[in-house]
Design a binder for this molecule. Structure first.
Ligand code: ADP
Length: 476
């Protein structure tokens, strides 16, 4: 593995630091220890916040062209080291190497995009209603940003926050998921190589997620908190950050529906279903959780899906030809098992898979005739399981899709342009995939409604999350 980027230390105030305690990170494919990483305490985190605050006074005054050039340099370095980064990623989170390479490219697209967009944080001039006044706005970075990220996209969930924050003139304290700290630290190393000034990006690795999270959410020096992860943790962070009235961006859980209408191109729908369901073994917040399939094509779609699923190869993501890696840990595996068992108990038919293969590997699974009161209909499964529910009418599919507290993404397939527009308008989700199973890219707004989150990442919206509007009123 890339020796240069594989570092077992935290990155605080421009230094890679060791701590008294460390914690092991396990490769989920081999169940062996990949490395032991610094276990930062709340005191270490406080130090990182102070460093970020001091760095901010300089960073915010650095010309935007210079900030963008540094982010662009980081983009180039990530590109040069993409293979090393992908290997670290596969070994810490289990996703197939080819998929990790795609994630590195996706993660880096935020560096590229914001290195340009940062230059366009325009203010405005406002016509004054009264004589003798001149009104305008400028935009400035919010200040020290705390970023807390999950393990399922060990790099992309970081760059989606860090790239816009840096170009906006903010400094960052990042707490990566304890399962996947090495991708984050590797990014820290590349940032150092790019010449990012000390304290501008700090990486606090820790097993004490609760303690570090609370410090980040309550420390008055932190002006904004950006979190990607589960809804319960997101709502805790919102509550904790209320006393100091921080700005928040929350990318939380999903429970994505995927509707297949009778007028859909079934082969394309199956292709989209595989992409939207099985990426990272189904462990993504935009993974399909509920397939609603119209009665007339239900059997045909199910058979085609089973055939496609049979071709998926499960194994260690470092081996070539593997499509699906392991689940992240035992809890993840137990949840998938429980959802399958519950669906079968409530009358579902097992069409493919359904069992653990060994260790953390689970068979890609297809269940049909799943009852709408199954766990899988209401909770995110986060695993390689397709649950198919039949429906009769369009209104029924919409009401089933919307019948959840979540609203991150919804997908549907139809060849009728009128229906496409009608259904897209009625689905309660922040993102809609119409005849596609992949929606996210750097130039589009990613985010949810209802309990799936607050705010957007990516696009110009993602930059606004790190900017304050300051109104200037000139008299006389
Ligand atoms: P996931 O199911 O993806 O692990 P979590 O919400 O548990 O979702 O974790 C996402 C991130 O939040 C990780 O970095 C994790 O360490 C962190 N985390 C977990 N619990 C807390 C907490 N109580 N406060 C702050 N951060 C937390």
């Amino acid at each position: 593995m890339g020796d240069k980027l594989f570092i077992e230390k935290a990155y605080i105030n421009g230094k890679f630091v060791e701590t008294e305690q460390t914690f092991p990170v396990v490769n989920p494919a081999t169940l062996t220890v990949l490395g032991n990483v610094a276990d930062c305490t709340v005191t270490d985190c406080r130090e990182a916040i102070t460093a970020a605050e001091i760095a901010w006074y300089h960073w915010r005054d650095t010309a935007v062209g210079e900030r963008c050039a540094l982010v662009r340099r980081l983009f180039e370095l990530i590109n040069e080291h993409k293979k090393e980064l992908a290997e670290i990623m596969t070994k810490e989170c289990g996703k197939p190497y080819a998929e990790s390479l795609v994630e590195v490219g996706y993660a880096n697209s935020f560096m590229e995009w914001y290195a340009e967009e940062g230059k366009r944080a325009y203010g405005e001039t406002i016509p004054s209603l009264k004589k003798g006044m001149h009104l305008s706005t400028i935009k400035q970075g919010v200040g020290v940003v705390a970023a807390i990220t999950p393990w399922n996209f060990p790099l992309a969930m970081i760059t989606r926050k860090v790239a816009p924050a840096l170009v906006a003139g903010c400094t960052v304290v990042l707490k990566p998921a304890s399962q996947t700290p090495f991708s984050a630290i590797a990014l820290g190393k590349l940032a150092e190589m790019a010449g990012l000034p000390k304290g501008v990006l700090n990486i606090v690795t820790s097993k004490d997620s609760k303690g570090i999270g609370k410090e980040l959410a309550t420390n008055p020096k932190v002006r904004k908190i950006s979190f990607t992860g589960s809804t319960p943790v997101g709502s805790t962070l919102i509550a904790q950050s209320a006393d100091t009235v921080k700005r928040v961006s929350m990318e939380l859980g999903g429970n994505a529906p995927f509707i297949v209408f009778e007028d859909a191109d079934l082969d394309k729908a199956v292709q989209g279903a595989i992409a939207a369901k099985f990426r990272n073994a189904g462990q993504t917040c935009v993974a399909v959780n509920r397939f609603y399939v119209q009665e007339g094509i239900y059997d045909a779609f199910a058979s085609k899906l089973v055939t496609a699923v049979e071709k998926l190869k499960v194994g260690d993501g470092m081996k070539s030809g593997v499509d699906i890696g392991p689940l992240i840990n035992q809890d993840g595996l137990e949840k998938v098992r429980a959802h399958v068992a519950d669906a079968l108990e409530k009358g579902a038919i097992l069409r493919r898979g359904g069992k653990q293969i060994k260790d953390l590997f689970f068979e890609p699974t297809v269940l049909t005739n799943v009852s709408t009161n199954s766990l899988i209909a209401t909770e995110e499964t986060f695993g390689p399981v397709c649950a198919l529910f039949p429906f009769k009418k369009e209104e029924e599919a919409i009401s089933l899709s919307n019948g959840t507290p979540f609203g991150l993404v919804a997908y549907f397939y139809s060849s009728n342009v009128y229906r496409c527009h009608r259904v897209a308008e009625q689905l309660e989700a922040g993102m809609i995939g119409i005849n596609t199973g992949m929606v996210s890219n750097a130039s589009a707004p990613f985010g949810g409604v209802k309990q799936s989150g607050v705010g957007r990442e990516g696009a110009t919206y993602g930059l606004e999350e790190y900017l304050e509007v300051k109104y200037l009123c000139y008299g006389g």
